[in-house]
Design a protein around this ligand. Sequence first.
Ligand SMILES: C[S@@+](CC[C@H](N)C(=O)[O-])C[C@H]1O[C@@H](n2cnc3c(N)ncnc32)[C@H](O)[C@@H]1O
Length: 360
Amino acid sequence: MKVQKSPSMADPLTKFAYLGLQGGKSLMGLAHKEVSTRLLQWVAPSSAPVTMPVPPEMLKELRVAMERLLEQDWQEAEAGLYPPSLLFDAPWLDWATRYPLVWLDMPLTWNRRARRQVRDLPQDVEPEAFPDYYLQNFHHQTDGYLSDHSASLYDLQVEILFNGAADPMRRRLLNPLVKGLAAFAARPASSLRVLDIAAGTGRTLRQIRGALPQGHLVGLDLSAAYLRQANTWLSQLPGELPQLVQGNAEAMPFAEASMQAATCVFLMHELPAAARANVLLEAFRVLEPGGVFVLADSVQLADSPQYTVAMENFRRVFHEPYYRDYISDDIGARLRQSGFVDITAETHFMSRVWAARKPL
Ligand SMILES: C[S@@+](CC[C@H](N)C(=O)[O-])C[C@H]1O[C@@H](n2cnc3c(N)ncnc32)[C@H](O)[C@@H]1O
């Protein structure tokens, strides 16, 4: 796959603007969390989660890791892996109008956490249409993944959670993805099918579109509401509209060997171990031999023991029923057991990115 070098990227002003923007996002994320935590402690102290004190060394390490992530993000854009405009890609006006809704939603979240209510879902949800583990309020989120309201707030909530680093982390899958697709370089780019498993609101597909403007992109997710939101965002992009399909990643509605690449971002930690194994087997099945699979999720205890407190606090603050099991799971071994070869793994800030290939 050919990577286009963008001449404008040598511009130090653009880099300055990018780092300034990320600095602003980071400050906003930190300020939001600080104010909301204080407010909770003031109005409903019994709902406040008990977290572990954060060691100053860990904060320092996180700051350095964030700087490294942003530098790499810039470098890869400069090298032409994706266009510089992707570094600035965010629906600012839309997020600004939705931000008050995040605050309005917060008391409901606190209330759910205080009452340990984790299956508070919309009345019209048909439970038999979903696996049992899915029918929960992940992150204590109103309606779980099962409403347009939830889908409309998700991107902004993730942006706040990661202090603006969510997309830079998602973009770390682009390099292994494009490298992996080089195995099919003899074919027209438009014939290459790339599947994003658990596509959610389409943020990862948006990044992939930046690196693969001609690829045939497919997104799969269990939530019709999240796919509707993805369709709204993705239909604003030029080029072919990604195909969005509702379905379970444990039994994907795609033929064997029908994809040349597959990606999966922030899904593994929300699945019980057996479902994790099923998804990896399915990813293997739908890939054509020689195809590449890139998986990104939270760091784990084995690769990032210095962030143990951050991982523990994440689990205490948000409803993440499978996170504890995930952070000690051996994903490399699971990929091998599923049949993958050439497995590599890298850590980027709070994310771990695995790349693997289906053997010929
Ligand atoms: C944390 S979100 C990640 C979304 C997206 N990949 C991103 O980067 O923002 C998890 C997503 O996984 C989807 N999901 C969870 N279990 C699933 C399953 N078994 N099959 C398909 N999608 C699933 C949810 O609906 C949700 O959209």
